[in-house]
Design a protein. Structure first.
Length: 245
């Protein structure tokens, strides 16, 4: 019994791990399925909470696609959220992080996720664009940092449902980065282009598993597809609510 419990804990820890590559800090997904299940289970368990009867914040849905650990972190942030005070701190924190020569990508994601929860993605986009402009002025448009900012900008535009601007951001990032194919797969699914999404998904898996023969896992893609459908619902709900204001 003890060995069985230990094995279960080891498996859970494995799936909660997100590896960051030092030279090009992209997220290696340890299980999109796990991230989706974390969000679905956490959401279902909180249906009695009036606040969580709203649509899930878009950043939580995106985190589910990235994998388990990020999804859990976003859910924790959502539970702690103080919309009237902390979001202002996060705006300043974002500016401070981007002033660093090598911003911490994971922390940038966390701060941007909290800003999205507070519907401050427009401010985030302005700050990110200013940081990108600064990188270009420093003659560093192809640096890892500029590459990361490009992906973060694309994610913000995806939250707004503006996939064309997201694609423009993706057109400027490194083609070898596996996030490119993942984000294109997300956008294709949002546009209901499933065959195109499958092609991008297969490319993503091939780049991600360069040392492992690529294979198409239908069950894993179905989990990814479900997560994107949820993200699209959240984006549409946010847009509808904005129009009513």
């Amino acid at each position: 019994m003890a060995n069985s419990a230990k094995k279960m804990n080891m498996e859970e820890s494995k799936y909660r791990t997100i590896a960051i590559v030092a030279t090009t800090p992209f997220i290696i997904i340890g299980g999109i399925c796990i991230g989706w299940k974390y969000v679905s289970r956490a959401w279902n368990n909180k249906k009695t909470d009036h606040r969580r009867q709203q649509k899930i914040p878009r950043s939580i849905s995106m985190a589910a696609i990235h994998g388990g650990k990020l999804a859990v972190d976003r859910l924790v942030d959502y539970g702690k959220q103080q919309p009237t005070t902390q979001s202002g701190d996060d705006v300043e924190r974002l500016k401070t992080l981007l002033e660093n020569e090598q911003p911490h990508y994971k922390e940038l994601q966390q701060v941007l996720g909290r800003l999205e929860m507070n519907r401050r993605e427009d401010e985030a986009i302005k700050i990110l664009k200013k940081a990108m402009k600064k990188k270009k002025a420093q003659m560093k448009p192809n640096s890892n940092e500029a590459n990361d900012i490009g992906f973060l900008l694309a994610e913000m535009y995806i939250y707004k449902g503006d996939v064309q601007k997201a694609l423009k951001c993706l057109a400027k990032v490194k083609a070898s980065d596996p996030r490119l194919s993942l984000y294109k797969a997300i956008i294709s699914m949002m546009d209901q282009k499933e065959q195109e999404a499958i092609q991008h998904w297969e490319t993503f898996k091939e780049i991600q598993n360069q040392t492992i023969p690529p294979s198409f896992n239908e069950e894993e893609f179905t989990e990814f597809k479900n997560a994107v459908y949820l993200l699209k619902q959240d984006i549409d709900a946010a847009a509808t609510q904005l129009k009513k204001q």
